[in-house]
Ligand binder design. Structure first.
Ligand code: MTE
Ligand code: MO
Length: 521
């Protein structure tokens, strides 16, 4: 055999051992993950670790991940975990090749770390460590068996690094079996449908009542009719998703309740059948994420069906000293909403429907808050189970503890959707179009500046509600061939002009004007 012959069954011992470490770790985490389906969601060591990383990562990193990867931030986290984990597991396998006992001890210590990570989650108790313990045992067994077959026999001639053929086959067989076990468990463990038939079918079963108050009819004139501009209503499947939940919480609407307590005269407990029997209202409201970068797409507009939070709070009757409502989700996320935004005349909803359907699981099924005029992180709690009436000087919320503004009002902003950045267009008139928003204040004007010329007024689509975004359109006449650039700014109904001063999202949203360059042929 030539020294460079690295066909799979001729791999050097060190690589076989690294493979052993990776396969054994995958067996551990895969088996624990599938077993966890019978326990709490965070009983999966993988899920618990991912959630712990999210929770403990510095706010700047979390903000970077959301601003840069947007809806894909969790995928990026998973991939980083997989790459980092495989590296560590490979090293562990190599160690096992030299000192199996030491590696076994390290493996067990890692297992203990996973156990403590699982126990730290808000939704787990002692029994939820069972999947990790069982997985750990199987992983250790896999590591031992794999490493023993991966190592050259002591009896082999010293110059022959390779184990005998029988042992090579045993190693390959074991490695393939281990990989199959891990792959099947992870695939089944991660496919929500497998063990959640009852939730999946109850998603289908929650029948929304028709609204007592219907949303405004959306006229054709709410759209400027330019292809490529975000449509006035965002499809549920295209709606941005931002949350700290690595695994989407699965709440059974039959067991769901919302508890209102704290600085209130009466504690209120409401369940789903009572909620659905109340006169529900439908409103178009544009939701936005504070982490949205200038020109970004972390916002969307939907028709929400729900019950006014104002009415629920009136039942509870907040005490005069209260000034904040801390809403809490089933997975421990919290948002601090100024009490006033939930009791004034705006259409703050405890929502159960989104664009004519029950809330999709990712968007808070079976119930969430939607508050016009405030960023999602201080108001739009998904999977909401609790409203604690309190005070800003007494309580803080998830993102406030990480350096973000405690009140989070939405800032006026605008975006160019057409043309696309760096698009090449034929000469002549150039259609420029996009959206602008200043929820709960309203957009009065949008202005466009091409090539550092005058600020020109864009045409506005008709206003459906001050709580929604508004499309705009401007035709730049007779564009000369060559490079051009365009900026946009919006003016609110209060006369506030969107600032051109650039500021990062933290602590209270990015500012600055969206600008794109395009080319005319
Ligand atoms: N339970 C829970 N609710 C949450 C969050 C969260 O992390 N957990 N994120 C908030 C943030 S930051 C935003 S911008 C909105 C996004 O709502 P969406 O995912 O339905 O678009 O949800 C809010 N509600
Ligand atoms: Mo957000």
């Amino acid at each position: 055999m030539s020294p460079t012959d690295l066909t799979p069954h001729r791999l050097p011992t060190i690589i076989r051992c690294a493979v052993a470490g990776i396969v054994a770790t995958a067996v551990f985490l895969g088996l624990a993950d599938i077993l966890a389906r019978f326990f709490a969601p965070s009983a999966s060591p993988l899920v618990a670790l991912g959630n712990t990383i999210i929770e403990l990562s510095p706010p700047a990193l979390q903000d970077f991940a959301i601003s840069t990867f947007g809806n894909n931030n969790k995928l990026v986290l998973f991939i980083s975990m997989a790459v980092g984990g495989a590296l560590l597991a490979g090293l562990l396998g190599i160690l096992a090749g030299r000192r199996l006992k030491t590696a076994g001890a390290v493996f067990s210590v890692i297992g203990l770390v996973f156990i403590s990570v699982v126990l730290r989650r808000p939704d787990t108790g002692w029994v939820d460590v069972v999947p990790t313990v069982v997985g750990l045992g199987m992983g250790l067994a896999a590591l031992t068996a794999l490493v023993i077959t991966a190592r050259p026999r002591a009896s082999a001639a010293p110059e022959d690094e390779r184990p005998p053929a029988a042992s090579r086959r045993a190693f390959l067989g074991l490695a393939a079996a281990g990989t199959a076990v891990a792959a099947v468990s992870l695939t089944l463990g991660r496919s929500v449908q497998t063990f959640t038939q009852d939730v999946a079918t109850s998603v289908g079963r929650l029948v929304l009542p028709s609204p007592a108050v219907r949303a405004a009819i959306i006229p054709d004139s709410a759209s400027v009719g330019v292809d490529g501009v975000a449509s006035f209503i965002t499809d549920n499947s295209e709606f941005y998703r931002i949350d700290t939940a690595l695994v989407v919480p699965e709440l059974n609407p039959e067991e769901w309740t919302l508890r209102i307590h704290g600085l209130v005269e009466n504690e209120v407990l409401i369940d789903m059948s009572e909620l659905l029997s109340l006169p529900l209202e439908e409103h178009h409201i544009t939701l936005a994420c504070v982490s949205n970068p200038v020109g970004g797409d972390l916002l969307g507009n939907a028709t929400w069906l729900g019950y006014p939070v104002r009415e629920l709070l009136a039942r509870a009757n907040p005490l005069p000293e209260a000034d904040m409502v801390l809403s809490r989700s089933s997975d421990g996320f919290t948002a601090s909403t100024p009490l006033e935004a939930l009791t004034d005349s705006r259409d703050s909803l405890l929502a159960v429907g989104m664009n004519g359907e029950p809330l999709p699981a990712q968007h808070g099924y079976p119930a969430r808050l939607v508050v016009p005029g405030l960023y999602g992180y201080v108001s739009a709690t998904k999977w909401v189970v609790e409203l604690e009436v309190t005070r800003f000087d007494q309580d803080t919320a998830y993102w406030t503890e990480r350096g973000w503004d405690e009140r989070g009002p939405i800032l006026v902003s605008s975006r160019i959707d057409v043309p696309r950045a760096l698009e090449t267009l034929p000469s002549g008139d150039v259609v420029i179009a996009g959206v602008a928003w200043a929820q709960h204040v309203g957009i009065d004007a949008v202005e466009v500046q091409v090539d550092d010329g005058q600020w020109e007024s864009a045409d506005l689509a008709s206003e459906v509600s001050v709580d929604t975004w508004r499309q705009w359109r401007y035709v730049f006449p007779d564009a000369e061939p060559g490079r051009h650039w365009v900026s946009v700014r919006a003016v609110t109904a209060d006369g506030e002009v969107q600032t051109g001063e650039r500021q990062d999202p933290i602590p209270n949203a990015a500012t600055g004007r969206h600008r794109i360059d395009f080319e005319v042929e």
